[in-house]
Design a protein around this ligand. Structure first.
Ligand SMILES: [Fe+2]
Length: 243
């Protein structure tokens, strides 16, 4: 089992252990700049509407990240098989999109622009089905604040979408988002398998003092965060509720 699989499996175990997080907490709202983010599950209707504002997945726009050939060492074949993940694995929980989503974002894997401020962040991961099958061409649409907690609601700064490669893998180059009043540090994302409903959710950062006081925060949505030579690296595996 490679490190990515370990992280993915551990995350899903963590989520199972937190199933009892009161739903009422997730219904709490946060506010910023006079607007609020309220809990709402992504619905097929909502997803369809958003889908019309997004580019449909196509082979021409898929990222070119390639999977590595991970032939197991000979010794590993003598051990009992450890499942990479279980059938009917739990899907990534939905969260509110909040009021700051802007459709028709640019197609790009890097949100860094000249003169940007903040700590570099390389977010990578995989999009899987509930049977742990990679979802090739999955759409991922990210948006977050700048390093001082402000959204660009006029343009597309720190907004962009991309498509997972043929192994469901994605990489996003951006910065660690800032914090704004009422919320802990987070990244918004919409993830969609081709011709399937959209998952709208948020990603969180471990070790943030604001996590526990944030009514929307869900530990199942914590990224694995490590230091990098230049900034931070984060990993997350999305599990979409598709077979
Ligand atoms: Fe937000």
């Amino acid at each position: 089992m490679d490190s990515r699989t370990v992280l993915s499996f551990s995350r899903r175990l963590l989520w199972r252990r937190t199933l009892l997080v009161p739903l009422a907490a997730a219904l709490a709202a946060c506010s910023a700049l006079g607007r609020s983010e309220t809990k709402q599950a992504a619905s097929p209707t909502q997803g369809a509407a958003a889908s019309q504002r997004s580019e449909a997945p196509s082979s021409a726009t898929q990222t070119t990240t390639q999977s590595s050939d991970s032939t197991p060492p000979a010794a590993a074949t003598a051990l009992p098989v450890t499942p990479a993940c279980e059938d009917d694995d739990d899907p990534t929980p939905p969260q509110t999109a909040g009021p700051f989503y802007t459709p028709n974002t640019p197609l790009r894997t890097s949100l860094l622009e000249s003169g940007f401020a903040g700590t570099r962040l390389l977010l990578s991961g995989q999009v899987l089905s509930t049977r742990c099958a990679p979802i090739a061409g999955a759409l991922l649409d990210f948006w977050h604040t700048n390093d001082v907690g402000e959204y660009d609601n006029e343009g597309y700064t720190f907004r962009g979408h991309q498509f997972a490669d043929d192994q469901g893998r994605f990489t996003l180059e951006t910065i660690v988002p800032g914090i704004y009043p009422g919320r802990t540090r987070h990244i918004h994302v919409r993830v969609q398998a081709p011709n399937q409903p959209i998952l709208t959710t948020q990603l969180y950062f471990p070790g943030e003092s604001g996590n526990q006081g944030d009514g929307i925060f869900d530990p199942a949505l914590l990224v694995e965060l490590t230091d990098a030579a230049e900034g931070k690296q984060a990993q997350f595996t999305f599990v979409l509720d598709v077979p």
